[in-house]
Ligand binder design. Structure first.
Ligand code: NAD
Length: 554
């Protein structure tokens, strides 16, 4: 589809002076621009921020009008954005969000890619992914932190405080999967990663995400075994096809404690079948997509069978959200679902505590402001070793893309404490300009996604989508600066509904009151959702934090 008037290079305004009438409006304006900064966005010329076609605005004409409206929007007005297009401005009040966003929503029977693409081609909708269309994407720090959190949760479940003395076997060093080796070593473990594209290995070595490259499987296994025995946090990459290498490692009795995979198995044309030369991949897939798909699925079945073999041998094995189990089952492998997806296995206990991907961006553009927030997080939560290790490492190793930003997983009570402290630091001038505080939609109370975040809920409520809608309404009622309701993020059209919020810490007393409400009520909807589904841990958290559950007699 067309994207309106001419593309141009966009970057968020910086500094301590605003051009909009209030900081919430200025924050929305800077974060919209930041999402399209070439350092942040994958294809800024097409307004695509990340995740295939996740856009920040419908087209350049819409982008220009959103920008113009935000500059003049009053503190008692609200801009409506319908799938990336500004469609109205209404009188509201100072506690109301300055922007309300709905992206890619379709009526149930029409919720499929075909219909979505038809409407998109007519210029009537856009795909907002999760944080693309809600203006709070902060680049690849998010995936590194999420992967760090997952492996931390694997450690907590099975191996103790960290992954020291364990070996993780995985495959795929692409855009998302490339975070795996660093996430494992940050948790203290050793990692062996199989990747069929040598250039991906080189790139991750150059970025410091991967430590070593082995020239053969023998060498890779020897290095990995030594690192595990010596309890060293080292990651090793080896060129190979996972459909052949993972079964071979099983046959050799490789001492893998954790096995997962992040090849792009969700798309059979993006998974290299066993026996196909890497250089023939593109031609073969284009020439005979059906034959290629069959071979890819058979290979995935062999790959998953080996993963089940590792599980039988006692390893911790999980699907990392790439649908490899589903593809293997389609190919006829009946034990494909003998190991769990990562959300029910590790993330749900975090969701029960109201934990999720809390994040913030410094609107000043000054990295010193984020350094000050890092210190504040350590001052507040210094006794949490896992969190402290992330904050310290991120400060040293994460390079900012666009406006300086930070992400860490915080739970019920913690988010409000952090937001209020940040607001005090803005008020006192220790932080030079306001902060935009938001989160991913992959959060405790804000998403219904039966193949990912809500897979295998205890009460079978995986596809119930009232929860993200309630979440958005709650954030609107609690003082968020902008609120969004999206469809299809993460797993595609027809498969998820989810909501986002951003609240601005501008140092004012009003902002403090709003932050306390939003940053308490937003995760509270997650605690409530999980308590309602029967998770006792969430009921305990609700009691501890005074969250009332009428059906439990509170
Ligand atoms: P990507 O396409 O950038 O990278 C995939 C990598 O796998 C490529 O480097 C490719 O060369 C490699 N590969 C393909 N077939 C292989 C084979 N047979 N053996 C070895 N290597 C092979 O994808 P990405 O962005 O890194 O995402 C990876 C997968 O993870 C996707 O399926 C994605 O949907 C999924 N994902 C899940 C989550 C989540 O829920 N945790 C988050 C993001 C991505």
């Amino acid at each position: 589809m067309g994207t309106g008037s001419a593309p141009r290079t966009v970057r968020a305004p910086r500094g301590t002076a605003r051009t909009a009438k209030g900081w919430p409006q200025e924050a929305a304006l800077r974060m919209l621009h930041n999402n399209l900064d070439p350092e942040v966005a994958e294809h800024p010329d097409r307004l695509v921020v990340y995740g295939g076609s996740g856009r920040a605005a419908r087209d350049w004409a819409s982008f220009d009008r959103i920008t113009a409206v935000l500059r003049e929007l009053g503190d008692d007005e609200t801009l409506l954005v319908q799938s990336g297009r500004p469609v109205g401005v209404l009188p509201t009040h100072e506690w109301a969000p300055r922007v309300l966003i709905a992206n890619a929503n379709l009526v149930g029977d029409w919720s499929n890619w075909e219909e979505f693409r038809r409407l998109e081609a007519l210029g009537l909708t856009m795909y907002g992914q999760m944080t693309a269309g809600s203006w709070i994407y902060i680049g690849t720090q998010g995936i590194l932190q999420g992967t760090y959190e997952t492996f931390g949760a694997v450690a907590a479940k099975r191996f103790g405080a960290d992954l020291a003395g364990t070996l993780t076997l995985t495959a795929g060093l692409g855009g998302m999967g490339g975070a795996q080796p660093l996430a494992v070593t940050l948790n203290g473990g050793a990692a062996l990663v199989v990747e069929c594209d040598a250039t991906r290995i080189e790139r991750r070595l150059a970025q410091g995400y991967l430590d070593e490259r082995a020239d053969s499987l023998d060498e890779a296994l020897a290095l990995a075994e030594r690192a595990r025995t010596e309890r060293r946090a080292v990651s090793i990459g080896v060129v190979g096809n996972a459909a052949e290498t993972v079964p071979e490692l099983l046959r050799r009795g490789a001492p893998a404690d954790i096995v997962t995979d992040q090849t792009s198995a969700h798309d059979p044309l993006a998974y290299l079948p066993a026996g196909v030369d890497f250089d023939d991949w593109a031609d073969y897939a284009a020439r005979d997509p059906e034959g290629f798909t069959r071979r890819a699925r058979d290979s995935m079945a062999a790959h998953v069978e080996a993963m089940v073999g590792f599980a039988d041998a006692g390893a911790e094995v999980f699907d990392y959200g790439n649908s490899i189990r589903g593809e293997a089952r389609t190919a006829g492998y009946t034990r494909a679902f003998d190991f769990p997806g990562f959300v029910p296995a590790y993330i749900r206990p975090l969701f029960c505590q109201g934990k999720g991907p809390f994040r913030w961006a410094a609107l000043s553009g000054d990295p010193g402001d984020i350094a000050r927030t890092d210190r504040a997080v350590l001052e507040l939560f210094g006794d949490d070793d896992h969190l402290s290790r992330w904050i310290r490492t991120a400060g040293e190793r994460v390079s900012f893309q666009g406006l300086p930003a930070r992400i860490c997983w915080l739970g019920q009570g913690e988010r409000a404490a952090a937001g209020l402290r940040f607001n005090e630091l803005v008020a006192s001038g220790e932080i030079s300009a306001p902060l935009a505080i938001g989160r991913d939609h992959l959060d405790t109370g804000s998403v219904a996604s039966p193949y990912r975040e809500t897979e295998a809920m205890a009460d079978g409520s995986d596809a119930i989508a009232d929860w993200p809608l309630l979440n958005a309404l709650v954030n609107t009622a609690s003082g968020a600066s902008w609120v969004s309701i999206h469809h299809g993020g993460g797993v595609g059209i027809g498969r998820s509904l989810h909501a986002g919020q951003v609240a601005v810490a501008d140092g004012s007393a009003l902002a403090a009151r709003k932050l306390e409400r939003v940053l308490s009520n937003d995760p509270a909807t997650g605690v409530i959702r999980h308590a309602d589904a029967g998770y006792g841990q969430a009921e305990d958290v609700a009691r501890e934090h005074g969250i009332r559950l009428p059906m439990s007699g509170d």
